[in-house]
Design a protein around this ligand. Structure first.
Ligand code: FAD
Length: 417
């Protein structure tokens, strides 16, 4: 290990963490923003790549990392340090589990508009990845939940943007830039989050659906009704002819009843367990063990694809994924299709992406065999956006030490590309 970091080595724990493309065997868990800043300054001086980690539920989702020297766990920065139940705002450290926040605010009649899966997902990881869950239908995009962010940049300097009141924002709204940058522009250390009043009524329903015919289009259109919080269509190539629909409605009793009546004209919707949408959302979460296993596997054909296409093209993309032998879960109102299963070759996977792009959308490969990673980019061609991402990364992280290699067109430590 290089000299500046070596001076801090007594605080590192021995632990092996594998991610696509790299492995680290030491992890630091700073307990304060100051300690994190010192660590990042040393890594920057040594040009040592850092693997940033929250709850480690999604470490496998990213391009193969460039050489990494150290894992940095943000779980040492954890806890809700302010919660104003009158205003519906909250400040939490980046390593705070989302689930802990949900439980705290629910007791005061609020809900956190972040739908991250699993019990371990943290504030930092959820904002860094910015992937929406099925309730984004009601919640809106992840960036809308953020009022302000505290970050440590690639130079180790701590800064803040935005704050408790969104009107405080002057100049560029950097929080929106950090959100979804996969930890390549800065390390998130804390966030001011905007809460939503919990709905008066929240009910969950499910119905068997005919896989063929007009039913899919009918429920997709009904997804625009005001009380719909999540609408998920599940279908598998293994069970031809059958599909299942999960629905979460929320709002006033009259609104929920009216929307339910409309859905019941299309399918036999029955009351379901209140956690059904959570289970569907959490189904694809990988554990740290899965990541370690997959990093060493080259022969598996398991894939997980998340595609987003225009609403009117969702049915076509869904059917193509089914024809390729996959299982699909469609968030109908959002135009998001999650497809998973086994594919014979990387060409078939790339064909699905090509179809999504043709339909005005994109496809992110959340999981794929290790052997395919050399030729297949996780995020796809982002066109002119790649140049912007590279230029921003060069500004915010000049020595290329934050999650190097993992995001769109992101270079190796030392500023290479
Ligand atoms: C239904 C659903 C499916 C989803 N699918 C995916 C998916 O496939 N892939 C995905 O990435 N997300 C996905 N998400 C988003 C998911 O919520 C987040 O990835 C998850 O919350 C990560 O939390 P974590 O603490 O486990 O982060 P980790 O798994 O530890 O890290 C995730 C990423 O964030 C970076 N990171 C973690 N903490 C910080 C920090 N404090 N500052 C800067 N960067 C940091 C890591 O380097 C890594 O790139 C999904 C969300 C939903 C609702």
């Amino acid at each position: 290990m290089a000299p500046a970091l070596e001076a801090l080595a007594s605080t590192f724990q021995e632990e092996t963490v594998r991610v696509p493309g790299a492995v680290v065997d030491r992890v630091s868990t700073p307990k304060s923003v100051e300690a994190l800043g010192e660590l990042v300054r040393a890594a920057s001086e040594d040009r040592t790549g850092l693997l940033l980690m929250g709850g480690r539920t999604r470490l496998d989702l990213a391009n193969p990392a460039s050489p990494l020297g150290l894992g940095v766990s943000l779980t040492g920065l954890s806890g809700i340090d302010e919660f104003d139940p009158d205003e519906g705002v909250l400040h939490a450290a980046a390593g705070t589990p989302i689930q802990a926040i949900r439980e705290t605010v629910a007791a005061e009649g609020w809900e956190l508009p972040l739908d991250s899966p699993g019990r371990a997902s943290t504030v930092g990881g959820s904002l860094a990845t910015a992937v929406m869950g099925p309730r984004a239908h009601a919640f809106g995009p992840v960036k809308d939940a953020i009022l302000g962010l505290d970050v440590v940049g690639g130079d180790g300097v701590a800064t803040k943007c935005g704050g408790r009141v969104v009107k405080n924002v002057t100049g560029y709204d950097l929080a929106k830039l950090y959100c979804g940058s996969f930890g390549t522009l800065a390390i998130l250390t804390g966030a001011w989050l905007r809460l939503r009043p919990a709905p008066a009524v929240r009910r969950t329903f499910e119905a068997p659906m005919p896989a063929a015919g007009a039913a899919f289009e009918a429920v997709r259109k009904l997804g625009e009704r005001p009380s719909v919080r999540a609408a998920i269509w599940q279908e598998s190539a293994m069970r031809p002819g059958e599909a299942r629909m999960l629905l979460e409605l929320g709002g006033s009793l009259a609104g929920v009843e009216a929307d339910l009546a409309a859905f019941r004209e299309v399918g036999r919707f029955e009351e379901a367990d209140a956690s059904s949408v959570d289970h569907a959302r959490d189904a694809g979460v990988t554990s740290a063990q899965d990541v370690a296993r997959d990093a060493g596997v080259t022969s598996a054909r398991d894939v997980a694809v998340r595609a987003r296409v225009l609403g009117t093209n969702v049915a076509e993309w869904k059917d193509a994924a089914l024809a390729a032998g996959l299982e699909v879960s469609v968030e109908t109102g959002l135009g998001v299709v999650r497809a998973s299963g086994r594919l014979p070759s990387a060409e078939v996977l790339l064909g699905l992406r090509e179809r999504a792009v043709r339909h005005g959308g994109f496809a992110t490969f959340e999981r794929m065999p290790e052997a395919w990673r050399a030729e297949v980019d996780v995020f796809g061609d982002v066109g002119a956006g790649a140049g912007i991402v590279t230029a921003l990364a060069a500004r915010f992280d000049p020595n290329g030490i934050l999650n190097p290699g993992r995001f769109v067109a992101h270079g190796a430590p030392g500023g290479g590309s």
